[in-house]
Design a protein around this ligand. Structure first.
Ligand code: ADP
Ligand code: MG
Length: 703
């Protein structure tokens, strides 16, 4: 407890940081690595050999026995295959350790069991992993020992992306290049690179591990598939920011230490709205490292939870009736000469640049709302988006009162000179007020909110990789920047042209701005009137990925080929149907092996009571009434179960992935809902002693 914790000492202890590289590498090699890291290209094999040996020496001196190419296939989680550093023993039987540049740079493995959506036939099983020099290597310490993890991109033999990292890196390059074009137009000659920075806030639930293990739904599906509400939910708002319980506090302390060791900038921690729900947020980093670190965070959340006799639920909706979990993806674009493009700045020139960036972002979000929506689609998120707890599935942008007013004036008159709480603004003449982070009221119902110097994309699911969201954001914004630059580079009078363009974009895409209550039915209607897309489910959203518009966009910037897009949409349909199938399967097991037998046992007890009361000469009115009510509900449950099993069988017999996914959504999911309804009614009337697994109250209030 009271032991001193030296955070400066432990931070990044397990990371082969730039500092350590400098210490372990000869100067020329270090410089070469830094050059390739920032400018791209490849290391020569000789250089790679030196780097690999240094990395191995550092890792081994910290207890490492193996290395792995750590990558992020389309399963949404990470993958690793360990290789020991040992090499063939010499004639005297002595074994030396070795790690070559070749092994560092490129890995090759049988990858046929990772989802590829048909990109790779099983006989072309080869998958390649390539070192991502922009994300540092790190050590994972576990019961298995210490493993040197090398962040890698994962591709097929033909170079098609099979992972989350490859497209994200491609999109970061695209948005950087297009941002630089705009910056040059505004006279910036110093910036050479623009980086997407991301800070993902991660929500999660913690439950007691013993209880978790008693629920097959939690174990197999990550969420409760049955469960009547506890007497209390989150209505008193007494959990949000509440005092952190000792058991949870001990967990958080360990979690931070583990994360800091891995170089993850764990910064904030607090209790969230739902009982047993919490949040952790890091300090923002480059999108690429943020993605890697978020994966590490999810893994460590689970690991440390186990250590504390807890189970960490990352599912978007572990419990019905209380808030689910998301990931708020805070995103901004920053130059290497210190300018945040999402920051309004202080000078008129910066203001105009900001307004143009803003206009482009509005255009990007409006034009590709379907893609942004899709980027946050995963099966669990269907239960969260639109549930009056997370943003609706309709994508809109929240700007805050001041900024929205500026946009309105620019659209109406071409100038903004009546500033709310600020000076006078005529584009290109005077300045914007400070859009202080706190001056803009928060709108928790908005999917995409401006928060002073960044946008917060709030739709991402808690279990999902942030890869898709950021790849999409970077790409659609790169596209808008590129179109603006095409126009402005040709303009005779830049000032007039930029002014006109800002007005034009605001006017054309104003419809995507919304600051009202995103949870209201009124908004759903209003959005429909405005023509904004509303893909309520993942399955309905997937089509966005393969439209001509999407193919053209992604091919233009070399993010995805048409084949890669098709493969990804195939993987998504497949993942959806598989996920629902697992859930239906788990419900079948729990119904027929646990709930129904338990209810019958209780019925049996009631029947005995009836007989005993009769024998004693008393009218068994109450037990009879209960018996009848329970038996009626049990019959309904049994019927619902049969129907769900039928639907599931039909679903899995469909061969075309897309059709199968739609069948699961339209038929299996509603059947699951009916089954649950009956089971939850039974839970409320059956004696608790008979109920076969922990209830909502047990899970959420007795952690
Ligand atoms: P909250 O929304 O919970 O009040 P903040 O919005 O201040 O918290 O921060 C949430 C996340 O946003 C953190 O990860 C933080 O590092 C990140 N963040 C802050 N500024 C930026 C920025 N300019 N670009 C990207 N992320 C940022
Ligand atoms: Mg925030």
């Amino acid at each position: 407890m009271g032991t001193n914790l030296n955070v400066e000492e432990i931070f990044a202890k397990n990371v082969f940081t730039v500092g350590k590289m400098k210490e372990y590498l000869p100067e020329a090699v270090f410089n070469e690595v830094m050059r390739v890291r920032s400018q791209g290209g490849e290391l020569s094999l000789e250089t790679a050999d030196v780097v690999a040996t240094a990395m191995k020496d550092w890792a081994v001196s910290n207890g490492a026995t193996h290395f792995t190419h750590w990558f992020q296939p389309l399963t949404g989680i990470t993958a690793e295959k360990h290789d020991a550093f040992i090499k063939h023993p010499d004639a005297e039987g002595k074994c030396l350790l070795e790690f070559s540049g070749k092994e560092l740079i490129k890995g090759e493995s049988d990858a046929s069991s990772f989802p590829s959506g048909g990109l790779r036939a099983t006989f072309e099983a080869r998958g390649y992993t390539a070192w991502d020099m922009t994300s540092p290597a790190f050590l994972k310490e576990d019961a298995i020992g210490t493993i040197l993890c090398i962040p890698t991109a994962f591709c097929s033999y033909k170079g098609e992306a099979l992972d989350m990292k490859t497209p994200l890196l491609r999109s970061m390059e695209a948005v950087s290049a297009q941002s630089i074009r705009l910056l040059r137009l505004f006279g910036n000659k110093t910036a050479t690179n623009v980086t997407a920075f991301v800070g993902p806030e991660q929500e999660y639930f913690l439950v007691d591990r013993e209880k978790y293990l008693q629920r097959e739904d939690l174990v197999f599906a990550g969420r409760t598939l049955f469960g009547a509400p506890a007497p209390k939910g989150q209505e008193l708002d007494d959990h949000y920011y509440g005092t952190i319980q000792e058991r949870i506090g001990a967990f958080m302390k360990d979690l931070n230490i583990e994360l800091w060791k891995m170089g993850v900038t764990a910064k904030t921690q607090h209790n969230e709205a739902a009982p047993a729900q919490h949040e952790i947020a890091p300090i923002y980093e480059t999108a690429n490292i943020a993605m890697d670190h978020n994966q590490i965070t999810m893994e460590i959340l689970k690991k440390v939870a186990n250590r504390h006799g807890l189970a960490c639920l990352l599912h978007e909706k572990p419990f019905a009736g209380v808030n689910g979990s998301g990931k708020h993806n805070n995103w901004s674009l920053n130059t290497d000469d210190g300018i945040n493009l999402i920051d309004p700045g202080d000078t008129p020139n910066e203001n105009i640049q900001f307004l143009l960036v803003l206009a482009c972002i509005l255009k990007a979000i409006d034009t590709h709302a379907d893609l942004l929506r899709l980027s946050a689609a995963c099966p669990g998120n269907d239960l969260r988006l639109g549930g009056s707890e997370a943003p609706p599935a309709i994508i809109s942008v929240f700007l805050g009162e001041q900024l929205e007013d500026v946009v309105r004036q620019l659209v109406e008159t071409g100038e903004a000179n009546k500033l709310k709480a600020g000076g006078k603004l005529k584009t290109g003449v005077s300045t914007l007020p400070d859009f202080e982070k706190d001056a803009t009221d928060r709108n928790r119902t908005s999917p995409f909110a401006f928060t002073g110097n960044k946008f917060e994309f709030r739709s991402v699911g808690s279990s999902d990789s942030i890869g898709n969201a950021n790849t999409t954001l970077n790409t659609i914004v790169a596209q808008a920047f590129s179109e603006a630059a095409d126009y402005l580079e040709k303009a005779d009078d830049f000032n007039t042209a930029v002014h006109d363009l800002i007005k034009k974009y605001f006017k054309e895409h104003e419809r995507v701005i919304f600051s009202g209550d995103g949870y209201s039915e009124k908004w759903v209607q209003e959005a429909k009137r405005r023509g904004l897309p509303n893909a309520k489910t993942m399955v309905e959203a997937i089509g966005a990925l393969t439209t001509d518009k999407a193919v053209e966009l992604y091919e233009k910037f070399g993010i995805f080929t048409k084949a890669e897009l098709e493969s990804r949409s195939e993987v998504m349909y497949e993942t959806y149907a598989k996920t629902i199938n697992i859930e239906a399967h788990a419900m079948t097991g729990m119904s027929s092996k646990q709930i129904i037998p338990a209810v019958m046992e209780y019925e049996n007890m009631l029947a005995q009571t009836v007989n005993q009361m009769k024998a004693a000469g008393v009218k068994p009115e109450i037990p009879l009434k209960m018996l009848k009510q329970i038996n009626d509900e049990l019959t309904r449950m049994q019927n619902a179960l049969e129907r769900m099993k039928e639907e599931r069988k039909k679903g899995i017999s469909i061969k075309v992935q897309k059709e199968r996914a739609f069948y699961f959504k339209d038929n299996v999911v509603p059947a699951m809902v009916s089954l649950r309804e009956s089971a939850d009614k039974l839970e409320k009337i059956v004696d608790k002693q008979y109920w076969p697994f922990p209830t909502y109250a047990d899970l959420m209030f007795e952690v």
